[in-house]
Design a protein around this ligand. Structure first.
Ligand code: PRP
Length: 183
């Protein structure tokens, strides 16, 4: 696929993402054999990753969705996280895997892990396609992550800037001029 004109550089091609997701799915399938896995996808960014991940798992799994907001329309975290939509099923007694597109400051996952503490899940772990270790503000780590990326604003494969670019099949760094134009 041709690079979108607003993209400075493709960081991860769709082939690289496919391989990374396949590897993660292999690990998750091994670790969750015999467990009661629920993949709790964090909307909206996690949805493309979830869709690819579940098709590579060979263990029984349920899916559910949660929605939180942390960023507003900009490229940096506002530091505020709030729950917008909760899981439909109770995670009590289940092995919950939170599925995120990116773990950046860690504030969203910290909020979700805290929230999960009250729900009597059998286990709660974090699976993120991407992690940006340089930008972490709180002490949380993904249990599963496919790629470590530099501290750049990335879009595509579910990740957006002001709701755009989620449909790109690769992950790319957005041109600074595009960000500046919309400020
Ligand atoms: C993004 C992303 C993660 C979160 C990660 O969501 O999908 O949920 O930010 O950042 P953090 O580690 O700094 O908290 P966003 O709020 O942009 O919503 P969206 O997924 O609906 O685009």
């Amino acid at each position: 696929m041709k690079k979108h004109p607003d993209i400075e550089k493709v960081l991860l091609s769709s082939a690289q993402i496919r391989k990374g997701v396949e590897k993660l799915a292999g690990r998750i399938s091994r670790d969750y054999r015999g467990k009661k896995l629920i993949l709790a996808c964090i909307l909206k960014g996690g949805v493309v990753f979830l869709a690819d991940l579940i098709r590579r798992l060979d263990v029984p799994c349920a899916i559910d969705f949660m929605s939180v907001a942390s960023y507003g329309g900009g490229t940096t975290s506002s530091g505020r996280v709030r729950l917008i939509m909760d899981l439909r099923e109770s995670p009590e007694g289940k092995d919950v895997l939170l599925v995120e597109d990116i773990l950046d400051t860690g504030l969203t996952i910290e909020f979700l892990l805290e929230n999960m503490k009250t729900r009597n899940a059998r286990s709660v772990k974090v699976c993120a396609l991407l992690e940006k270790p340089e930008n972490r503000k709180v002490n949380v780590k993904p249990d599963y992550a496919a790629f470590r990326i530099p501290n750049e604003f990335v879009v595509g494969y579910g990740l957006d800037f002001a709701e755009r670019y989620r449909n790109l099949p690769y992950i790319g760094i957005l041109k600074k001029s595009v960000v500046d134009r919309s400020l």
